[in-house]
Design a protein around this ligand. Structure first.
Ligand code: UDP
Length: 267
């Protein structure tokens, strides 16, 4: 039987395929159950392992899915394999398709003004039956934040996509979820830029070879520091695993010593 969750650097990943999680989300939308979903890539895991507030925020999510081959690979190394990677962008596409079929209301928050406007045009063309109940770019001051939040709450969207990049998007969701009655909330990083055509997603061949990260590095070399974090993440998981093994060994040794002492005492 499949394991239901896999813990990586203290983050509890749900072991669902893309199809399975979409099935769950479909039901939750139907039942109007408020749902926070995080698609965590290695950068997010690393950031959470170093920032307790962020870790706390993402641990309030209803579902955490692995976004990135790095996460799936380490799950195999830890012998608690996750079924497949479920990128935020793919989930966004599935949700948009569902919204189109069921005429759901969506709300988008994040990205630059030009990007969000182009993405909204694209969405309206591609998914004509869904309802865009509102949107706003992601560069806002505190005062505007309040107005946008009020607007989003009043519109009562079924799906809220927050495209402000980590950690901002998950912090926004975790802080503001309580003001909404229902809705699926998901942080989608740079997905709006992709829908807008401002950033190109890796072609399928690269994705199938699990080299999407490398493609992004080639296309946006300034991201090299971020790419490096994938390897830091993998290193950290290896290191933690070794530490755990040592701890376990010490416990076994301590346990054995206790047994021996007991036997000596008993004569
Ligand atoms: N962004 C935003 N507000 C901010 C900072 C970033 O809306 O204060 C947007 C940014 O314009 C971009 C997205 O957040 O569209 C982050 O994209 P990135 O490529 O970093 O995300 P990734 O998919 O790599 O996590």
């Amino acid at each position: 039987m499949d394991r239901l969750t896999t813990s990586i650097l203290g983050i509890q990943f749900n072991n669902f395929s893309r199809k399975e999680i979409m099935g769950i989300l479909r039901s939750r939308i139907h039942e109007k159950k408020k749902t926070f979903i995080v698609t965590a890539n290695p950068e997010i895991c690393l950031h959470a392992s170093l920032n307790p507030d962020y870790k706390e925020a993402i641990s309030t999510a209803d579902y955490i899915m692995p976004d990135g081959i790095g996460v799936v690979l380490v799950s195999k190394f830890l012998k608690v394999p996750l079924k497949e990677r479920v990128p935020g962008f793919d989930l966004m596409l599935d949700l948009l398709e569902l919204a189109d079929k069921k005429q759901l209301k969506i709300y988008l928050l994040g990205a630059k003004k030009k990007s969000i406007e182009k993405a909204i045009d694209f969405i309206r063309n591609e998914y004509p039956s869904l309802i865009v109940s509102g949107y706003h770019h992601g560069y806002i001051n505190d005062e505007d934040q309040k107005t946008i939040l009020k607007d989003a709450c009043e519109k009562q969207p079924d799906l809220i996509f927050v495209a402000k990049g980590y950690p901002k998007q998950e912090m926004w969701i975790s802080n503001n979820l309580k003001y909404f009655q229902y809705g699926i909330f998901i942080g989608v990083g740079g997905s709006v830029d992709v829908l807008a055509g401002e950033v190109k997603r890796a072609p399928d061949v690269w994705q199938n070879l699990n080299l999407e990260w490398f493609y992004r590095l080639i296309k946006q070399p300034t991201r090299w520091r971020r790419t490096l974090k994938i390897f830091t993440f993998i290193g950290k998981v290896f290191f933690e695993k070794r530490k755990d093994k040592k701890r376990l060994k010490n416990l076994v040794v301590m346990g054995e010593e206790e047994q021996i002492n007991k036997q000596v005492k008993a004569g």
